[in-house]
Design a protein around this ligand. Sequence first.
Ligand SMILES: [Zn+2]
Length: 227
Amino acid sequence: MQEHVARDLLCEIGRRAYARRLVSASEGNFSCRLDGSTILLTPTGICKGFMQPHDLVKVSLSGEVLEAGKRASSELPMYLTIYKHRPEVRGVVHAHPVYATAFAITGTPVPNGILPEVEVFLGEVPTAPYALTGTQAFGDVLVPYLAEHQVLLLQNHGALALGPDLFTAYYRMETLDHYCQMLLAARALGELQRLTDAQVQELLDLKARMGLPDRRHAPNSPINKGG
Ligand SMILES: [Zn+2]
């Protein structure tokens, strides 16, 4: 992706994420891959709803900030870990969405087998264990989940979405939070109605025909291992 296009897209995603309350104040961070050796990352200490293209920070995949005087997000180690383990990922969105984070801070699993949209576009959403923000450990705890999942909750913290491009990652974050809001509203009304195994299988077959990876029942999933 051309650098000036990537800078504009990151600013646009910042505006949308702030408007939808996926982040507040200077929370959250987003990035995209520019080429085989560099990424573009949001800066630290700035509200993502008001970023300008020149605010974004170019960083090498070895972690070197390539623009003098700029400070990249403190979550840089997490981004480097993700891009190293998922070479096809080109966009990453980390946010603190109100409804999804409510699940993450209560240890409430995000259920599958409820909504077709979620089955097809998100798959299983595991919760990665807590780690201190801004540390290598914050990236390391994600590693067991990265091979099999596109979207994760982060225990007592927020959520993470990956995609083959920046907007796909962003839309996955939107879908996750929208779904979590629906679940909370539904639970106020009564019990959730689950799709049957046959109906879920139909959706997984549809997903396969669309060429989307089926990671929901992957044998190496930490969820399937009980982790
Ligand atoms: Zn965060």
